[in-house]
Write a protein that binds this ligand. Sequence first.
Ligand code: MG
Length: 258
Amino acid sequence: MGIIIKTASEIEAMREAGRISAMVLRKAGRLVQPGISTLEIDEFVEAEIRAAGGIPAFKGYAGFPGSICASVNEQVVHGIPSAHVVLKDGDILSIDTGAIVDGWVGDNAWTYPVGNVPPEKKRLLRVTEECMWAGISAARPGNRLGDIGHAVQSLAEREGYGVVREYVGHGIGRAMHEEPNVPNYGHRHTGIVLQPGMVLAIEPMINMGTRKTRPMPDGWLVVTKDGKPSAHFEKTVAITEDGPVVLTEEPDYKRPVD
Ligand code: MG
C-alpha cells in the first residue's frame, strides 16, 4: 500500500475530523473525577461525536466495543470501557478516542489525573506530554522517521522512564492505521524521509518503570510488566512545508479563564 500522501485540500478536510476528536477528548477530560466509571465516559463520548456529525472511529474497529480506549494506572493502552472500572482519587486515566468525518479519521489521546495525584505520577504525565511535543516538533520535511522516535526516546529515558516498543504511532487518513509505523524510539537520521503531505498520529506510551508490557486475556488490554503506571498522549499531525501542523485541535476554542 505504501504511505499515502495527502494534498493540501485533503489535509484541510481532515481538520474537521481532528477538531471533533479534540473537542470530545477535552470534554471527556472534564468528566474525569473519582466515582465515574469508564463506561459513563465512553457513552458520553459516543453521544458527543454523533451529535457533532461524526462516527466514533474506535467503535467496532477490529471488534473493539467502545468509542474510547480507557486505560487506568498500569494499563498502557486499549482498555475496554466498563461499568466496573470506577475511577478513584489518585488514579491516572488515559482516554484515546477519534472521530470519522466525511470519511477522514482523527485520533488523539490524553492522560488525566483523577483528583489528587501523587507527585511521581504528575511528573510522568508532564514528561510524557513533553515527549509528545518533542516528537511532533521533529515531524518536519527533511527529517527522517527515526528523528521522531529519537526525540521521544531521549527525553523519556533521560527521566529514567521506559519507552513502550510493542505499540507505536501510525500514518492516518481515510483509515485510522496507515503506513508508516511511527515508533517512539529510534536513531537520528535513520528511516524514511519525512515529506509534506504525510499525516501521522504521534503517540508516546511511556512507563514509569520497565518498558516491557504484557497483553491481557481479553485480547485488548495491555499492562506494564512491573505494574507501575504508564501514560499516553497523542495528536494527529500533518507534515507541511512550514513544519508540523496539529490537526486534532480546536482553533475556535477559548480556554475559560479561572
Ligand atoms: Mg493512534
